[in-house]
Every structure is written in C-alpha cells, then in structure tokens.
Ligand binder design. Structure first.
Ligand SMILES: Cc1ncc(COP(=O)(O)O)c(C=O)c1O
Length: 415
C-alpha cells in the first residue's frame, strides 16, 4: 500500500508537469538519418538543434576509429581502469587531448557531467575521509553556470558563505568577490562555463586570468581557474580549442565533453599533471564508474586527431562560414537575437513561451527541427529558439531554414 501511495504521488507529479507544459519525457523518436536529415514520424526533417557542430558524427575517419578500437578491445571496458587495467586507446585519447589543449595531462570521464561532479568536490575538499586536502577553500561561480557545475558544488556540501556567485559575465563583480574573500580561505576556485549553452555567449577567460593573477598571492594556496567549455571545445576559437584560445586565456583546468563538437560521447579534463594525478586518486566518478567504451574512445581519438589536422581546420573554417551566413540571413530577415554570439548557437529571440512553442511546431510541420527555450532556463520574456548550425549544413540547408523560419515567424505574428 505505501508504495502504491508513492506511485499515485508520482502520477500527480507527472500530470502537474504535463499540464504546466514543461514535461520532457515525450521525446521525439529519430528512426534513422538519411542524407544528413533525421527521419521522425516517417518524415525527413532538417536538424538545427544538434550539438554536433562539426558534423563529425558521420565522419568516416571517426567511425573507422570506433570500429578499430572495438575490434581490438571489445564493446565495453570490463571494469574501471584501476581494476581491469587501462586500455591503450583511453591513454592515447588522453595524450591527444592534452596535446590539443596544450596542457600537461588529460583524464577521460564517462561524461562532462560526471567530470564536474567529481572535480569540483575534489578541489574544494578531498573526497576521501583521510584526505590531506583540507576544506579551507571558497568557490566563486558565474550566476548562469551549467547544472553539472551547480551539482558538483552541491555534492561538496559546502556552507553557504563559502559558495559565492558573481553576476553573469560580470568580471568586475568577480574581482569584488575575490577582494571580499581575502582572509576567508586558503584556496579559491573560480569556475565558469566557457560558452554558455542557452545563448552562445563566451566568457572572457583572458580577462578572468588577468583578474585572478592579482589575487594569487593573497591566498595561501592560490586561486585555481576551472572552465567548463563543453560547447566550445572542438569548434570555437582560431583552432577550435575553445574560449581559452579565443580570449588568449590560460586557465588551470578545462572540462570538456566529447559529445558535442567532437561528435562522440564522454567527458574529460585537461590541466597540470599534478592535479590530474590527484584526481585519478580522488575523483569518485572516475574511481567508481566505468570509462567510456573502447569504441567510443577510439572514435573520440580519431575526432581529436582530425581537429589537429588540415582537414579539421577546413571543417572549422566551413563552420565559421556557416555561422556568418546564418547570422546575416537572420538579421536581413529582421530577427532579433537574445544575445550576441559568434558561436554555432544563435539564440533567436521570441520573448513569449506560447509563441516560441507555436514557432517550433510550425517549423516542424515544415520539416525543420529546432528547440524552444523558455523560463526558467532563460529569464521570463527572453524565450528563444536555440538555433544551432553545423559545418555539415550546406548553404542550401541554411537558405531553406531562413526561408521557413521567416514564413513561420510571419504566420505567428513575430515578424
Ligand atoms: C556547460 C556544459 N557542461 C557539461 C555538459 C554535460 O556534458 P555531457 O553530456 O558530456 O555530460 C553540458 C551539456 O549539456 C554543458 O552544456
């Protein structure tokens, strides 16, 4: 009886979410892909909401990397690395990631979410009971950081006064918070998204470093900068290294995903050898959770190597041309954007949840897949359509999108 009561409560909760129009479980089913388009409900649709910014998911070299690794190592890792032994392909992937980001070392996790869950906890205080890493630290976080950063801080179980937030992208405020923190801790962790996923805005890592450098000597164990650039790695900056490269920064640690620009799956962290060595001893989501499958590691290795080659540079150049072409097309059609963005995420401002839903549905009826982003993910009145362009889109694809979104916007009274 008690469990049936709980089930009833869950039913009511699901109904509440459905009625509020915010439920997420009614996912569209992609039957397959054909000529770069998704087949949904038997219909071919042009996808403008994927994080596969470089179109690497279907790249022959990436698929070949996956097949070669699963032929050599099997379909799964068998166990966590310190138990079953590390597979060479995971090591090769880590070496390639460190080289790509020009850092000393790298470490692969099952996802970027898993990386944030462990890394922040470990830097704030050791995860083991007898750890020498004490908790005399403070964390300073951008107001709009990703959920995995927020949860990573939460699991550390820190008191409120040690968790500080600066206004979104407001680096003068970051400086003020650092000033106020002097004398309150031995160590400070500054954490931010690189590219912010809802608006495509970029954090200025160079400027953060400039500010942080003024405070290094004011804390006994310094200030450590952690940038989660999951949307930036592979696809943003002159050679795709992300916001650090784009803003001439030099942060201590970059958290990245292999599941967006690199077109595969999994997460990683790059930084100094000493921090990575420590994380292999302490990070719970590394020690108690399997790594990505060897085939996935092989695909990711091929993708990272590709982005360091001339072919990768050409793909990146195509992406940048597509971003510029899309931006111009949307501006010429009279659309307003929710934020300025040079990233494949172009946030088309709608400003009303019902209109953003209507626009999305009208577009789907006309063979275009995009996602509406509404409150509370964005502030009320800033409802948007998150348009995401890829290097795999042709000019004709972008023309088709602009033509259809313009017609749909006129139909619902947005333009
Ligand atoms: C900033 C940021 N961090 C982490 C993640 C999670 O990445 P993964 O899918 O590898 O867990 C995302 C993806 O939504 C993200 O946008």
């Amino acid at each position: 009886m008690p469990v049936s009561n709980f089930n009833k409560l869950l039913e009511q909760e699901l109904e509440r979410l459905d009625k509020g129009g915010v439920s997420k479980r009614h996912e569209r089913v992609v039957e397959r892909y054909e000529d770069g388009r998704a087949i949904i409900d038997g219909k071919k649709v042009l996808v403008f909401n994927s994080n596969d910014y470089l179109g690497l998911r279907f790249h022959e070299k990436v698929k070949a990397g996956e097949h070669a690794a699963s032929d050599a190592f099997g379909t799964g890792p068998g166990a966590v690395r310190f138990i079953a032994g590390t597979m060479k392909v995971h090591q090769e992937l880590e070496t390639a990631l460190a080289k790509f980001h020009e850092k000393e070392a790298a470490m692969v996790f099952s996802s970027a979410f898993a990386a944030n869950m462990a890394v922040l906890h470990c830097l704030l205080k050791g995860q083991a009971k007898d750890s020498l890493v004490h908790k005399e630290s403070i964390i300073i976080s951008d107001q709009l950081n990703h959920r995995s950063i927020i949860d990573g801080i939460r699991v550390a179980g820190f008191p409120k006064e040690k968790k500080k937030i600066f206004n979104h992208l407001d680096l003068d405020e970051l400086k003020k918070v650092l000033e106020e923190s002097v004398g309150q801790a031995k160590r400070v962790i500054v954490v931010t998204d690189g590219i912010f996923s809802m608006l495509g805005e970029a954090q200025d890592i160079g400027k953060i470093q400039e500010i942080v450098d003024q405070f290094q000597d004011k804390f006994e164990e310094g200030v450590i900068t952690v940038v989660d650039d999951s949307h930036g790695v592979g696809c943003y900056g002159p050679s795709g290294k992300g916001c650090e490269e784009a803003t001439n920064g030099n942060c201590d640690l970059i958290v990245g995903t292999l599941g967006k620009g690199f077109g595969v799956d999994g997460g990683y962290i790059v930084g100094s050898k000493i921090i990575i060595d420590y994380l292999r001893e302490a990070a719970a989501t590394y020690i108690y959770s399997n790594p990505v499958a060897p085939g996935t590691a092989g695909a990711a290795l091929a993708a990272v190597n590709l982005m360091m080659s001339d072919e990768g540079k050409q793909i990146l150049a195509t992406l940048n041309e597509n971003i510029a072409y899309l931006k111009k097309g949307l501006a010429d059609a009279g659309f307003e954007m929710a934020a300025p963005s040079e990233h494949p995420i172009q946030p088309l401002l709608v400003g009303d949840p019902l209109k953003s839903k209507a626009l999305t549905e009208e577009l789907f009826a006309n063979g275009i897949l995009v996602t509406p982003i509404n409150y509370p993910v964005v502030p009320s009145g800033k409802d948007e359509i998150r348009v995401q362009v890829s290097a795999a889109h042709s000019t004709a694809d972008i023309d088709e999108f602009i033509e259809k979104v313009t017609a749909a916007a006129k139909k619902i009274g947005l333009l």
